[in-house]
Design a protein around this ligand. Sequence first.
Ligand SMILES: [Zn+2]
Ligand SMILES: [Zn+2]
Length: 550
Amino acid sequence: KAIKDPLAFKVFNINENVKLKKISETAKKIIQIIQENQEVSYEDLLSLGFSKRSIKSLLDKGILIPVESSVKIKTPVFKQPKTSDYTPKLLESQMYVYDRFYFKDRLKAYISLLKKYVKTNKSVLIVVPSIAFGNKLYKDLSQKFENVYFYHDGINPKLQFEIFKEITKNPSIVIGTVSSLLIPIKDLNLIILEQEHSSAYKVLRSPRFETKRVLYYIHKEKNIPIILTSSILSIESYLINVPNLKKDKDVIKSYVEINPFKSTNKTLIKLQSSISEKGRTLILTNKSYYSGFIYCPRCGWEAVCPTCDVPLKTYIQNSIKIFRCPSCKKRFEYFKACPECDFKLKETGFGKEFVFELLKKSEKLRKLLDSNKIVVESCLKDILQFESFDMVINLYPDFILDLPDYRANEKFLRSVIYPLTVAKDSYIIFSNKLESWLAENIWTKSYDVNQTLENFYKKEIDYRKKNKLPPFLKLVRFKIVFKPNQKEYVEKVLKEISSLKVYSFFQKPNSFNYYFEYKSEKEKQMIKALAEKLLKKGLDVIIEVDPKSF
Ligand SMILES: [Zn+2]
Ligand SMILES: [Zn+2]
């Protein structure tokens, strides 16, 4: 239908020569929106609720002139509606999700919530994914509230104990990394898990635990509300059937533009013309190295780590190039010629360090780098949520789709959509796959971010269900390390759980690595019971529920 409509994807100019007489309120609104925003498209107007008839009538009167949009996808800047996510009452004791897109809006909601809890002398714990993020949040909240504490493992034990004493005695606002979950905070009445999608919440050092699971048990035992929050919820959190505290839609504030990625040199030319000297620009490269793959175009030789057998990456160290193994981090001397045939080696795949060097080639961009007006990052670190940039540029996230990872689609979506949260004016993506990926997966007119995400979740959940992938495939990794004389015993006791389905299995002379599929809590308990038995015998056992890779 949209393709047949001659106005599809057109944007409008206002004909200044036509006098505006006797026009309706609706027509006035349309004109005002076009005057106040740039490049307002036909689809934008429709999505704002204006009818085709009212748009056409303005065209017939010659007031609007349709023109081709200068970019492929653009959205005008609309004013953010007032959010009314919270009722004045304290929250009922249940689990919630909260996916307000901009962190600054979430922060506002937290503050209004905190005020209510402070008034009633209750404690609130905000769990954060990193110390850097916690420090920023502490700085912000401690200016607005008394009795704010930041508890984490990076502070000295004496101070840590002081904080511990304080928050177990008096109602307070506690910001904490995952270790704060183990503290019996005085009158704790609410826990907020900020950035719930973060991988930091799957704690891999001992004691290993999954934060969201622990939160669920705290909720059950203490009968207090828990909020899982993120700009983009993880698939797992989207799937749990709990109320969302978000009451109205998010409105994207920035222009979005998709450019094809042809070559790094062509990209440099484009960057030179689009980056403004006035504002601040964030460039995301999706990788940190200089180049990701080194090979000989003549004989096919590849630079790989002799110990790990994985491709080496090039990094720059003290302004000279080195090879480094991404797995064991060992460094090697850099060389330009193929060790087999002496031909000149080629490097492909670029990251943050390469982009630095690339930008320095331009006089204008080098100056902006030096004055910190251009920031280059390999990914959108969580602390960047406290900042905003006039322009955000995302360089070539396409490779994520090629990763052998069942979450590739989810990762790609996050790497493309998440940077919008810090883009004030414009967001430019250099990608060859994004447009067709969007069209195939989740296309929505006007870049409605809530609808886009909703469509994505539905499609992705469908895909994972069909292909039996997590969270519809439940796995436990069970690794047993033994001495040669214990092998027979291990094999014998493993028969106790032989009813469990083995998803995959790897064996080494001194270890078994099982991936068991479990269908019920009971089956999981069987693995646990066996692990305890083995531990008592002095064997080394590692259990990982829902492992990240398998
Ligand atoms: Zn060669
Ligand atoms: Zn290595």
